[in-house]
Ligand binder design. Structure first.
Ligand SMILES: [Zn+2]
Length: 147
C-alpha cells in the first residue's frame, strides 16, 4: 500500500499553525489519519467545559466515542478550518482520515470544514464568539459552527 503524502506543519495566515502539503496531492487521496486519545462522549463533554481549545481538538466519531487530538494526536490536529476547504474528514472503520476533495498543490494549506456543534454547557453566545471564522473565503459564513 502506498503511504500517505508528505505534509508539514508551519505558521498559517488563517490561524496559528496549519497543515501544509509538502508534495502535490491528488483529489481523493487520504492525507493523514486523525489520531489521539479515544474518550467517551461524556468525557469529551467534560473536556469541552474545561479547555478553551477543546471544541476544535475533540472530534466526535460516533454516538459514543470522540478522539482528542490534543492528547498524543497526529499532525492532523493542526489542520485549520475553512468554509471552502480542500479536504474533508472521513470516518472509516472507526478511524478518521483527512481526504483531499480537490487537487492540492505542494505548499498549499490543507483545510477542512469543522462544522462544529455546540455541546455541553457552553452557551450559544460564547460558542459564537470563540468560533468566529476568518478563513478569507468569499463563501465564508463567519463561524466554524455548523449552521
Ligand atoms: Zn470562513
Amino acid at each position: 500500500m502506498k503511504g500517505f503524502p508528505k505534509v508539514k506543519v508551519k505558521r498559517s495566515r488563517v490561524h496559528g499553525q496549519g497543515l501544509f502539503a509538502a508534495e502535490d496531492i491528488a483529489e481523493g487521496t487520504p492525507i493523514i489519519e486523525y489520531t489521539g486519545e479515544r474518550v467517551t462522549r461524556a468525557e469529551a463533554r467534560r473536556r469541552y467545559a474545561s479547555r478553551p481549545d477543546a471544541a476544535v481538538q475533540l472530534l466526535a466519531i460516533d454516538a459514543r466515542t470522540s478522539i482528542d487530538g490534543a492528547v498524543g494526536g497526529s499532525d492532523a490536529r493542526f489542520a485549520n478550518h475553512a468554509c471552502s476547504p480542500n479536504a474533508q474528514l472521513l470516518v472509516y472503520k472507526k478511524r478518521v482520515f483527512l481526504v483531499a476533495i480537490e487537487p492540492i498543490a505542494k505548499g498549499e494549506e490543507i483545510t477542512y470544514d469543522y462544522a462544529l456543534e455546540i455541546t455541553g454547557d457552553v452557551d450559544a453566545i460564547t460558542a459564537m464568539v470563540e468560533t468566529v471564522c476568518s478563513c478569507g473565503s468569499p463563501e465564508c459564513r463567519g463561524t466554524m459552527l455548523r449552521i
